[in-house]
Design a protein around this ligand. Structure first.
Ligand code: PGA
Length: 243
């Protein structure tokens, strides 16, 4: 894994946006895998700035989001559909037909999951997958456990993840307990992966991830060690656990 350490969140966001911009310039019809959460917000802001001020053209790009809560309506401000439109899609020129987010309203969720993987395959595969990481090492909603599902699937969220998400909801009962997430099969087929981590809260997991080359379902992100083209970009405070 190649590691990039940046002074602070702003610098981290800029380097992430630069990597996305370079990919789009290299391949205007690139397929991007996109995350939600607090970490990529600065990157999305910088990409919007590049689009508005520097003419970054995203009209050829296709996007696949990593995950979505199950049983949430898309006009709920906490849904990832809402997040993506609010924080990115509504401000750039990605064509709506090229935007893909797991459809959790679908009656037949298993069929939708299968269809999502088919759509990724038909698009030619993901060129650049951008990821955040959970405190527990989850990627998307691939949570630590005994086993890991490789395909897009519906999953129960761990207590730790529900608690981490609770800050965004009025009360604990309103936090979704299930989600649909891309599996590691889909993530690992990406030609290039960019993992972002910001803040001291991520120092321990980044220390664990980069401190060992072993893989374990207890740290889902460790599977990225198998991939040959991964960049881990972190802020200085998230790098505190590194020797
Ligand atoms: P965060 O979430 O960016 O809000 O820290 C990352 C994640 O849980 O994958």
């Amino acid at each position: 894994m190649k590691v990039i350490i940046k002074k602070d969140y702003l610098e981290l966001s800029k380097v992430a946006a630069n990597i996305v911009r370079d990919e789009i310039i290299r391949k205007p019809n690139a397929v991007l895998g996109l995350p939600t959460g607090s970490t990529p917000l600065g990157m999305y802001r910088e990409l919007i700035r590049m689009h508005k001020e520097e003419g970054l053209d995203l009209s050829g790009a296709t996007t696949f989001n990593l995950d979505e809560y199950y049983g949430i309506s898309y006009d709920n401000e906490q849904s990832y559909h809402y997040y993506m439109h609010q924080n990115f899609f509504d401000h750039v020129n990605i064509k709506p037909v090229n935007i893909n987010i797991p459809d959790v309203i679908d009656d037949d969720i298993d069929r939708e999951c299968e269809e999502y993987d088919n759509r990724i395959r038909k698009s030619g595969g993901i060129d650049l997958m951008i990821l955040g990481i959970g405190h527990n090492g989850h990627i998307g909603f691939n949570e630590p456990g005994e086993e890991m599902e490789t395909r897009t699937h519906i999953t129960d969220l761990t207590k730790e993840t529900i608690e981490a998400n609770a800050r965004f909801f009025e009360n604990y009962d309103m936090v979704p307990k299930k989600a649909v997430t891309m599996g590691f099969g889909g993530i690992m087929t990406a030609r290039k992966i960019l993992l972002l981590a910001n803040g001291e809260g991520k120092a321990e997991i980044i220390g664990k991830l980069l401190g060992s080359s072993k893989i374990s379902t207890r740290i889902p992100a460790s599977f990225l060690h198998i991939h040959s083209n991964v960049i881990v970009a972190v802020s200085e405070d998230a790098a505190k656990g590194l020797r």
